[in-house]
Design a binder for this molecule. Structure first.
Ligand SMILES: NC(=O)c1ccc[n+]([C@@H]2O[C@H](COP(=O)([O-])OP(=O)(O)OC[C@H]3O[C@@H](n4cnc5c(N)ncnc54)[C@H](O)[C@@H]3O)[C@@H](O)[C@H]2O)c1
Length: 366
């Protein structure tokens, strides 16, 4: 795809925009930074050092400004906001692991709630930021284990510390929207996505990374909660949602300064066991054993998002179904482990092409 063509996505809003991404060394942040860089944005990343080896951020070998810093450190955030003058902030930095949150609840709440508040305070102390997209999770909702998808106006909740911290981040966001930002003309939206998969994730205790790491070492993966269903989606799907939101907020459209679900179509809600079996079809080195003893902490069994609001108002729609999502995901790891090839740019191009074929608004092809 021509550079000129990719720069025109999202109405061309990101070309030469200073975009601060927190969490750029993580799975989703590294993909977002790549996409924004390709669109001509001036990316500033702010995160802790990557703590997995290998990791997608280092493999991509980017040359945008990458700052190692903690979101718990407001003084440092103030300095960075003042120095780089971001116009938009994509806030992804978080302690993002459910099981780790049981062992480290204080760190989880401090990072995910107080860290988010620091991002908002640094924004209030700056005079450059016009828009913030805060990334939470489908787990922010009070889980009722029912068959319907959660809507944006359902109550917040969360059983485990990670989920509750994301519910708290949403309540904090609602307070800042009402108390400060909307009156200051800084537009703040929050985005709740489902279980994200795709190449380049090596976080611990996540199904796909555990599966491919085991496969690469000729081991089998132990899966817990085999019958739990999740709204699986490729990492580029929620990212297209975040970029859509950023586009609208930067244009000053206040209706979008709200909460948004970005999940897959209902057919993508398959069980952990089915996802594992389908992955094995794509890469026969994947082997697994169901180990119910591993399910020693509570995890939701049934979790779906209702994305009617994003579909109708933002005109956002998922692009790939579960089959394509898994093909791209497992394909990425197979290329990496077998041929040392990083398929990120290729996947991004194909995703944009598939979105164009579907005439999605953000591609400018309607
Ligand atoms: N991966 C998923 O399936 C998923 C689903 C829904 C929501 N989310 C949310 O999306 C966001 C990104 O998730 P991910 O999967 O890329 O996570 P990740 O664990 O791969 O990356 C987390 C990032 O946050 C940074 N970070 C953590 N604590 C920090 C701190 N105190 N100060 C500065 N940076 C810090 C890390 O350095 C890293 O860059 C998170 O907010 C997560 O809760 C993820």
């Amino acid at each position: 795809m021509e550079i000129m063509e990719i720069e025109k996505l999202f109405g061309g809003i990101y070309k030469n925009k200073v975009c601060l991404i927190t969490g750029h060394t993580g799975f989703k942040g590294s993909w977002l930074a790549r996409w924004l860089t390709k669109m001509g944005a001036i990316v500033i990343g702010y995160s802790l050092k990557p703590d997995n080896e290998p990791n997608h951020f280092e493999l991509l070998n980017e040359n945008y400004t990458s700052i190692t810093g903690n979101i718990k450190d407001l003084a440092n955030l103030n300095k960075i906001f003042n120095k780089y003058k971001p116009e938009i902030v994509f806030h992804l930095a978080a302690q993002a692991l459910v099981r780790y949150s049981y062992e480290n609840p204080i760190e989880t709440f401090q990072t995910n709630v107080l860290g988010t508040m620091n991002i908002y305070e640094a924004t209030r102390n700056s005079n450059s930021v016009k828009a913030i997209v805060n990334i939470t999770s489908d787990k922010c909702y009070e889980n009722k284990e029912w068959i319907w998808g959660y809507r944006e106006n359902d109550p917040m909740g969360g059983h485990d510390p990670y989920s509750a911290s994301k519910g708290c981040s949403e309540l904090l966001t609602a307070s800042y929207q009402k108390s400060f930002f909307n009156t200051d003309n800084i537009l703040l939206a929050s985005a709740r996505a489902g279980n994200v998969i795709g190449g380049g994730d090596w976080a611990i205790d996540r199904l796909v990374p555990d599966m491919v790491k085991a496969a690469s070492n000729n081991n089998e993966v132990f899966i817990r909660s085999p019958y739990a269903t999740r709204p699986w989606q490729h990492v580029l799907e929620p990212l297209s949602g975040y970029l859509n939101l950023g586009w609208k907020l930067l244009k000053g459209e206040k209706t979008f300064a709200d909460g948004w679900n970005f999940g897959p179509d209902q057919d993508n809600n398959i069980s952990v066991l089915d996802l594992t079996k389908n992955s094995k079809v794509l890469w026969n080195k994947i082997n697994y054993t169901v180990d119910k003893n591993l399910a020693n902490h509570h995890e939701a069994n049934l979790l779906m998002l209702d994305c009617s609001k994003a579909n109708k108002i933002l005109k956002w729609k998922p692009v790939w179904d579960i089959k394509q999502t898994l093909e791209k995901t497992i394909g990425w790891y197979k290329s990496f482990y077998q041929n040392s090839i990083i398929n990120t740019d290729n996947d991004l191009q194909e995703y944009i092409q598939s979105a164009k074929d579907k005439s999605l608004l953000w591609t400018g092809s309607i």
